[in-house]
Design a protein around this ligand. Structure first.
Ligand code: CA
Length: 224
């Protein structure tokens, strides 16, 4: 979950923006003054959303410190002051986007989504898609398994079983669970089909460490 640090001293606006961003699926940590925000810069959230007019320090100070600590940390700032000047100064300090007050909360959400898409979008889906087990990389979307650069040919059920134990790595899964998840409730065959599929997986992927708990189930053991 993407984490957003929101700095806004107007309490009602602070709450409102937090709520909107949370509904969108973001984790939001809020600050109502500049100093407490400054003290958390090293946390490196995925995004800062900050107001320029704060009771204690200038929002620009925060942008400056954020960028000093790590230049590519994304920042969206908000201001109701002399708009044009604020926009120019904020962007010169390295901010990624700007909202002039008043604005609709929805507008902030759109800007945030867009920024994340631009900054993390592609990279993120790639990370979510790939599971690494032993030396193998499993791509969920492509439904492929690679050993270094060599693709391993698996049947549909072999792939699904591999994915299932990989997603439950270091946890014992019973043959019943496997059967239910891969073959479904309406499968009438015996649990032997699980054993047979595991056997074929072991043969095709000999670096996998699949432990057998006799009469019970299996566990894919990985170091990570
Ligand atoms: Ca303010």
């Amino acid at each position: 979950m993407k984490q957003i640090y929101l700095v806004e001293d107007e309490k009602s606006l602070n709450l409102l923006l937090k709520k909107y961003l949370e509904i969108e699926g973001y984790e939001v940590i809020t600050f109502s003054d500049g100093m407490s925000a400054l003290s958390r810069i090293h946390d490196l959230p995925d995004l800062w959303v900050l107001d320029i007019m704060l009771p204690d320090i200038d929002g620009y100070e925060i942008i400056r410190s954020i960028k000093e600590f790590k230049e590519d940390t994304p920042v969206i700032f908000m201001s109701a002051r002399n708009e044009e000047l604020d926009r120019v100064v904020g962007l010169e300090l390295g901010s990624d986007d700007y909202l002039s007050k008043p604005f609709l909360p929805r507008e902030l959400v759109i800007r945030v989504n867009r920024l994340f898409e631009r900054m993390y979008g592609k990279e993120d889906t790639e990370i979510d898609d790939i599971i690494i087990v032993a030396d193998y990389s499993i791509s969920i979307n492509q439904r492929t398994v690679n050993d270094q650069n060599k693709e391993i040919q698996l049947t549909n059920k072999e792939f699904e079983l591999l994915l299932y134990i990989a997603q439950n790595k270091n946890i014992v899964v019973t043959r019943e669970q496997i059967l239910m998840n891969i073959w479904g409730f309406d499968y009438y065959g015996s649990e032997r089909v699980v054993d047979n599929t595991i056997r074929r997986l072991r043969k095709k992927m000999d670096k996998l460490n699949i432990e057998t708990l006799y009469g019970y189930g299996y566990k894919l053991v990985t170091k990570v």
